[in-house]
Design a protein around this ligand. Structure first.
Ligand code: SF4
Length: 511
């Protein structure tokens, strides 16, 4: 059975954020941002800008030529002795992995951290079929023990304190666990080592897939990725089709951008390249290698010329680190595996706006995410595009906002388009707001507008802008300085008009 969400209520989720969570998250994100800033400074602003542009161009070329590069990738993986499977959606992908596991009589699986397998809810599917899947990335191991999903793309347990993890280990593993990160890691390591040696199948995702050689690339900071992909006799990689890149030259650019943007490292501790299964007996590596290419809504995302830029993402997590909303509500408020700004644009497109209509609105549109994104995804533009989809519908999906919101949007559009109606509306608002007004603010609006005033007051409508402008321009009491500046500006404009007029007459040859 799948545990995919059927409805995400972002606002309700934010009500359950534990008090310790924002400080834990902010401590980690501040550190990542600081490390990243130092490395960008070291490289120089011009070099970094050029690298970002190159990364953007490579990703854009890749996602707009998926047919070419995925076909090439399939040929190369097959030539290297691997098997390629195509999954249209999450259910198909789960079934493919299950079939492979059952054909090989697999009972235990070790996993590398992978957003694609989180996306298809693979662990529950394996568990429901009697197969134990153990996460081996330390953060994923912790959130699996806690029975929750990851709260950050690259740091799954970022919302937890060391004291919380110690309590969790004590409760779930029955060990005396001190709140010391080194000792906690040692406890996890001793448990995981046994699992690496006994598992019959390793499951991973991939950060990239190189079409020219059929190589999948895993970027990690723990050695677990190599253990999972070399010790068990069977390796299955589930990877989104958007992860394909043309060649090794392109990969070099993206690896530089990924490590610096994610954790502020020049290069991650482990970068593994896997091309098919082992070639000869005695060589390290699995006897069989399967690559499951996951669509699950990605080709639908490509249909929209603005929203398709979401597919450029290399899952570095920098937009989460810099986002003021994410830093205050944490990843679980986003209701699914992808959180922060990338979650706000990716989840509604993968799950549909019927399920995740709230998420494009879970942003202040400050633009910090677009400024930091290493592949230059204009996230605020995509958010606005998706807001439009939710309210008015487009060629990808029909409108999903409640009828009252859509009616209010229609009224707003009409009112702003007709100056007379706008002026009349402004005057009526002045009267309506009078009983609610307190010192120039509206602190307590009635539903549905109280969703705003529950968090902060709304500024009262003072007058319409045109009336204010007219009053200001003709006010006999305006400061003398203002009138002097206006006079000067008029004289300069007059002189310019005379000079330009003369120049034109000369050009014409007229007197
Ligand atoms: S949207 Fe950009 S910043 Fe955010 S995770 Fe993706 S690549 Fe990184």
């Amino acid at each position: 059975m799948s545990h995919l969400p059927t409805h995400i209520d972002f606002r309700a989720n934010t009500q359950h954020v534990p008090p310790h969570m924002p400080p834990s998250v902010q401590k980690a994100t501040t550190k990542f941002l600081g490390n990243r800033a130092s490395l960008v400074e070291l490289l120089g602003a011009a070099q970094w800008a050029a690298l970002r542009q190159a990364g953007h161009d490579i990703r854009w070329h890749g996602i707009t030529h998926l047919d070419r590069y995925l076909t090439q990738l399939e040929e190369q993986v097959t030539r290297a002795g691997g098997h390629v499977h195509w999954a249209r959606d999450a259910a198909e992908a789960r079934q493919i992995v299950l079939d492979i596991a059952q054909q090989h009589n697999v009972k235990s699986v070790v996993k590398v951290k992978s957003m694609a397998t989180e996306e298809i809810d693979l662990n529950h599917a394996l568990h429901d079929n009697g197969i134990q899947a153990l996460e081996t990335d330390l953060g994923e191991y912790i959130v699996q023990l806690a029975g929750v999903g990851p709260s950050h793309i690259i740091v799954p347990a970022v919302h937890l304190t060391k004291e919380g993890i110690a309590d969790l280990f004590h409760e779930k593993l029955g060990v005396d666990a001190p709140p010391d990160p080194i000792k906690l890691a040692a406890i996890a390591r001793s448990r995981l080592r046994e699992a690496f040696l006994s598992a019959e199948m390793g499951v991973s995702g991939a950060n990239f897939m190189v079409a020219e050689t059929g190589t999948i690339v895993l970027v990690t900071n723990e050695g677990n990725g190599r253990m999972c992909t070399t010790l068990p006799p069977l390796h299955v990689a589930v990877v989104g089709i958007d992860k394909v890149v043309p060649d090794w030259e392109s990969l070099t650019v993206l690896l530089k951008l990924l490590a610096r943007s994610a954790t502020g490292q020049k290069i991650s501790t482990y970068t593994s390249f896997i091309t098919g299964p082992r070639r000869v007996e005695g060589e390290s590596g699995p006897q069989e290698f399967h690559l499951v290419l996951l669509d699950n809504g990605r080709t639908r995302i490509l249909k929209d010329e603005v929203a398709r830029q979401t597919m450029l993402c290399i899952r570095c997590g920098a937009c989460l680190n810099v986002c003021p909303v994410y830093n205050n509500v944490g990843g679980h408020a986003y209701g699914w595996v992808y959180s922060g700004p990338i979650g706000s644009i990716l989840s509604p497109q993968l799950l549909g706006t019927q399920v995740a209509a709230d998420l494009p609105f879970a942003s202040s549109l400050c633009g910090a995410c677009a400024d930091i994104c290493p592949v230059k995804i204009p996230i605020p533009d995509v958010l606005l595009r998706l807001r439009h989809r939710v309210v008015e519908g487009d060629h990808v999906e029909g409108p999903t906002a409640p009828p009252i919101i859509r009616a209010a949007a229609e009224v707003g559009t009409t009112a702003f388009g007709l100056p007379g109606l706008y002026r009349f509306g402004s005057s009526v608002l002045n009267v309506i707001q009078a009983p609610l007004r307190r010192d120039g603010w509206l602190p307590d609006l009635p539903p549905p507008l109280n969703r705003w005033t529950m968090a902060r007051p709304f500024p009262a409508f003072d007058n319409d802008f045109r009336a204010w402008w007219r009053a200001r321009a003709y006010d006999k009491q305006a400061p003398r300085e203002d009138r002097r500046k206006i006079g000067l500006a008029l004289i300069v404009a007059g002189l310019l008009a005379v000079v330009i007029g003369r120049l034109f007459r000369r050009k014409d040859g007229s007197r």
